[in-house]
Design a protein around this ligand. Sequence first.
Ligand code: AMP
Length: 586
Amino acid sequence: MPWNPIIKSRRDWETIPNLYDYESVRKEFSWEQARAELDGLPEGQGLNIAHEAVVRHATGSLGQQTAIRWLGKSGQVEDYSYARLDDLTNRFANALQGLGVVKGDRVFVLAGRIPELYIAALGTLKHRALFCPLFSAFGPEPIRARLTIGQAKVLVTTESLYQRKVAGILETLPHLEHVLLIGDEGRPTAIPGTQNFHELLEQHPHTYRIGPTDPEDAALLHFTSGTTGTPKGALHVHGAVAAHHITGKLALDFHPTDIFWCTADPGWVTGTSYGIIAPLTNGLTCIVDEADFDAERWYGILQDHRVSVWYTAPTAIRMMMKVGVDLVRKYDLRPLRFLASVGEPLNPEAVVWGEKAFGRPFHDNWWQTETGGIMIANYAAMDVHPGSMGRPLPGIEAGIVKKTESGGVEVVDQPDVQGELALRPGWPSMFRGYWNEPERYKKCFAGGWYLTGDVARKDADGYFWFVGRADDVIKTSGHLIGPFEVESVLIEHTAVAEAAVIGKPDPVAMEIVKAFVSLKDGHEPSDALRRELLGFARARLGAAVAPKEIAFLPTLPKTRSGKIMRRLLKARELGLPEGDTSTLEA
Ligand code: AMP
């Protein structure tokens, strides 16, 4: 294990960290208290995420404060105050009502980081329908799969995404009743069978009263990937807002005057929990940048918009590291107080590089779609152990467990012994199920623990260290990709007999998707066929999911029961020992 010096907490704060004393806050903490920081709906009508994120500020002292500052790709800057966001989200909630959308219906949004996405998300939550974001870099096939599994009633998307990715699959989506289109660059759209998002907003009243919302009412459906089978829809409830709110304060050290920038794409859970909900419930100003990564643009945003808390991801940090520290030093980033990272392991070098480039380390934290919010983190007032994910949040019990032969689990007590990372269920943003898949959900629990699918260890100081995934899912540029979804598309090609997909280590993206295929009789490996397969997969899956490399093999290694051994392919790819091959087909 590489040795990295601990980065001592600076203790020269102008702003005292919320989690100043980890041990005592942890001891005193209760979720009831966290919940008590929220408003609740008037007249005891329950707890609704959109009320906490928007209404209570809009109708309170923050009405004119900027909730979202949107930075367009072409240099536009547009501010949405809490009052304006309230008005627009009320209109959207009324529009849903007008379309016959009822509590619990699924409203999907396929869009990049544009204001309409935020309006649709919060308006949907006001109306008590389920907000289901889709990653805009998905191709038609992952979009179709998710809309089908979630039985989408409404899809909000842009005109160009619709034409490129949705029009061709529409026939396969009988549940989809309404497509609301956002004209590109604000232009009106006139595509038959669709409605114009902005016209709908204009036609509907700007007041809306949120109906009674039980904290256990469904609110969000976030798709994630497993090793096998179709994508899973992780269901979250309105009560999760207590966890979003408090983890924003404790793990990201939100203070009322912060300008916060979460660079995550809204198609993934971070973009909702921390790109929308947590900063707004805390009454902050959020920066939303439509454009993709560009080091100069990013440093310019940090400087010009006086960002004080920044939440980004290892792939982006590694790209900044490639550019070097000289560029960043040209910018005045004095307001930047806290830097955090999530989504993949953050290399110790990247943590230390943060110190060099920004005068502050990146604070790694860990969580996943199913947990709904940050579970383990390096805190502002705590020493950072570079390479470690940190320590569990107050209210969260994390452990390292091993499965026993009887099907239960036992907790590993000794420090530095690796096992599966597990959490004691009971925090508010814990997922409540996989959409229509109770069996898959049940399998995530054993012996009173939720099993995360990650392998980790805990050191003698109580810090957790990520070791790897317990399954075959792939993390590329922070996005979880299910190998099965990719393999299923490859074998649709007429030349392909079998396909197996692995994550191949990559210095920037952590892993890239690599596919191995065997061909049907009558087809021969060639560069032309490889290019054709790459293009075939890309057109169906989209750039974010499609394989970047394809290798031909005469046959794929399989167990005697016929399962393709992805692990073996990976070990061979990496030149590692092949492990137990006793079940390998002769
Ligand atoms: P997702 O559900 O797409 O957010 O992906 C969650 C998975 O990403 C986790 O189960 C981990 O495998 C990985 N992950 C997230 N954060 C970290 C981190 N800080 N360090 C290592 N792996 C992480």
